[in-house]
Write a protein that binds this ligand. Structure first.
Ligand SMILES: Nc1ncnc2c1ncn2[C@@H]1O[C@H](COP(=O)(O)OP(=O)(O)OP(=O)(O)O)[C@@H](O)[C@H]1O
Ligand SMILES: [Mg+2]
Length: 130
């Protein structure tokens, strides 16, 4: 069974992304299978994993919009796997706000994948509220 770890803080620039990446890398070194979920449209976690967000065809945004399966969006980076972000994610928040239960639907798309993965980490902008 997977674990989900969320790194969140209302304040900007307090090392959410750095902590997520370091934590993920440390756990991977201990032999854990790690999925890093980048919930920030700035895609800093995605870039920090060596993935060029601008060159991606699909991202977490497409998963949240119901256009792609999480498994089809994953990008491998060394020992880590990313569910990457792109700037498109900035629009997902508006999209989800207009849907009933939209603020709580984000774990759904990748929850199935996470059951076979230990652990999952995520990073979020303060506005995302998680
Ligand atoms: N332990 C540390 N010592 C010194 N600098 C650090 C440390 N951890 C992070 N930083 C630096 O602090 C800055 C902010 O870190 P980071 O981007 O991880 O914060 P954040 O909370 O994700 O920011 P944002 O709210 O913009 O997403 C970065 O320049 C990072 O390199
Ligand atoms: Mg950040």
């Amino acid at each position: 069974m997977g674990r989900v770890l969320a790194v969140a803080n209302q304040k900007g620039g307090v090392a959410k992304t750095t902590t997520t990446h370091s934590l993920g890398a440390g756990l991977a070194e201990l032999g854990e299978r790690v999925l890093l979920v980048d919930l920030d449209p700035q895609a800093c976690l995605t870039y920090s994993m060596g993935i060029d967000s601008d060159s991606l065809d699909r991202s977490l945004h497409d998963v949240l919009a119901g256009r792609a399966e999480a498994a089809d969006v994953l990008v491998k980076s060394g020992d880590l796997t990313a569910l990457p972000s792109t700037i498109d994610l900035a629009g997902a928040e508006v999209h989800l706000m207009t849907r009933t239960g939209g603020s709580t639907c984000w774990p759904g798309p990748w929850a199935r994948w996470s059951t076979s993965t230990t652990p999952c980490s995520s990073t979020a902008r303060p506005r995302s509220g998680c």
